[in-house]
Design a protein around this ligand. Structure first.
Ligand SMILES: Cc1cc2nc3c(=O)[nH]c(=O)nc-3n(C[C@H](O)[C@H](O)[C@H](O)COP(=O)(O)O)c2cc1C
Length: 381
């Protein structure tokens, strides 16, 4: 890390974040404008690639309908740092915030600086993007400020080793990272689980909702390669989980029924996610379904959530509705592109301080104090 990010003042972190966005902007083009606030709104956002992108926009908008209940008259506040720490399968995080997994950077950012030298773009894609450097920025940037990064998997291409690159970054960081394996067939998925085991990953995930990914389409056709993106039955999931001793998290749960099935199959956690709205237009926002999912599974399984969360105050809202933690997607791409691991640490530190300030302003000395009565839903969902 260039500087000790955890020692910086909030204003300095904010200034650095703006500078990192400016740095990243030309390299995020043309898909992403590196907006100060990533709201998924079309037409400026080229990342939400399902037909009309309304699920991604709804994620952001519904979070904005929730407000915090300010109350600074309470016992026990002595001005020390508020305790936002949280347990993730035996590891104590400074705050329950993660980057969300993002696949194969060269596929989505033709102008990325994460390129291996000397090879040109192919079909508008930096086909040989330096996915190891990208994954390392995420994993190290999160770990440097006391949280945990997630890395992704991608379709197979002879020049792309995205999954292996992510695992290498995790292994080098002593296992502090969550690899997110696509829902491959019965041969590829177990192999990838074993690889994650060997890398010592703290937990393993599968984006079970990758079945309908719009951003995998090429020329209007789904580019689904043999073996990729299979729905799984609860029976199959049980078998998959039995391959490893590691906690297994299913990403892409959007209903209480889905959460109950994940629980019964033996998942250790779920991520309430609609893949940034990329897999299905007209789905509900993730924050809208969170409370019902919590009601259905209680404390039987860890509940994480992503989709449209941009600030620590947004993280607070999810915790108040029953989440155990929040993943943030696209802004961490900007962070890595604009400042590598340092950029990732800066954005994560900003989120942590915003969460801690929200706690201080609502009388929450630790995460368990963040309850439903600490927020208002201003319009019924
Ligand atoms: C360009 C792009 C690529 C993504 N790739 C993956 C992936 O490979 N695996 C996965 O589980 N989720 C993937 N996601 C979804 C994110 O993990 C996450 O669910 C989503 O971005 C969260 O929403 P947010 O970007 O609004 O924070 C991707 C999202 C985007 C925008």
């Amino acid at each position: 890390m260039d500087r000790n990010v955890t020692q910086m003042m909030y204003m300095e972190v904010r200034k650095e974040w703006n500078r990192i966005c400016d740095e990243a902007r030309p390299r995020m083009a043309p898909k992403c404008k590196a907006c100060k606030e990533c709201d998924s709104a079309r037409p400026k956002c080229g990342f939400v690639s399902s037909d009309r992108g309304r699920s991604g926009i709804r994620n952001y908008e519904k979070i904005q309908q929730i407000k915090l209940a300010c109350d600074t008259i309470y016992e026990g506040g002595n001005g020390d740092e508020i305790d936002s720490s949280s347990d993730f399968f035996g590891y104590k995080m400074r705050a329950p915030i993660f980057n969300a997994p993002i696949a194969w950077v060269g596929n989505v950012l033709p102008n990325t600086h994460f390129k291996k030298p000397g090879v040109e773009n192919v079909d508008g894609k930096a086909i040989d993007s330096d996915d190891y450097a990208f994954s390392k920025a995420l994993i190290d940037g999160c770990a440097d400020v006391g949280t945990i990064g997630w890395v992704a998997d991608s379709k197979h291409h002879p020049l792309v080793h995205f999954y292996e690159d992510g695992l290498r970054a995790i292994k080098e960081r002593g296992g502090l990272g969550v690899p997110t394996i696509k829902s491959w067939d019965d041969e590829k998925l177990p192999n990838k689980i074993r690889m994650a085991d060997e890398a010592g990953a703290i937990a393993i995930a599968t984006d079970i909702d990758c079945v309908g990914l719009g951003y995998m389409s090429i020329n209007g056709k789904y580019d689904i390669l043999p073996g990729l993106s299979n729905p799984k039955s609860a029976r199959q999931l049980k078998e998959i989980f039995s391959i490893t001793e590691k906690p297994y998290i299913l990403k892409g749960i959007m209903t209480p029924q889905g959460a109950v099935k994940a629980c019964e199959a033996g998942a250790a956690g779920i991520v309430v996610s609609n893949h940034a709205g990329n897999n299905l237009d007209q789905s509900l926002a993730t924050i809208e379904v969170l409370a019902d999912i919590k009601k259905a599974v209680g404390n039987d399984i860890k509940i994480y959530i992503d989709g449209g969360f941009r600030h620590g105050e947004d993280v607070f809202k999810a915790l108040a509705l029953g989440a155990d933690g929040v993943l943030v997607g696209r802004p961490f791409m900007i962070a890595a592109e604009g400042g590598e691991a340092y950029g990732v640490s800066i954005y994560m530190q900003k989120l942590i301080w915003e969460l801690q300030n929200a706690m201080r302003m609502t009388g929450c000395l630790s995460l368990k104090d963040i309850t439903r009565d600490k927020i208002y839903i201003t319009k019924e969902f």
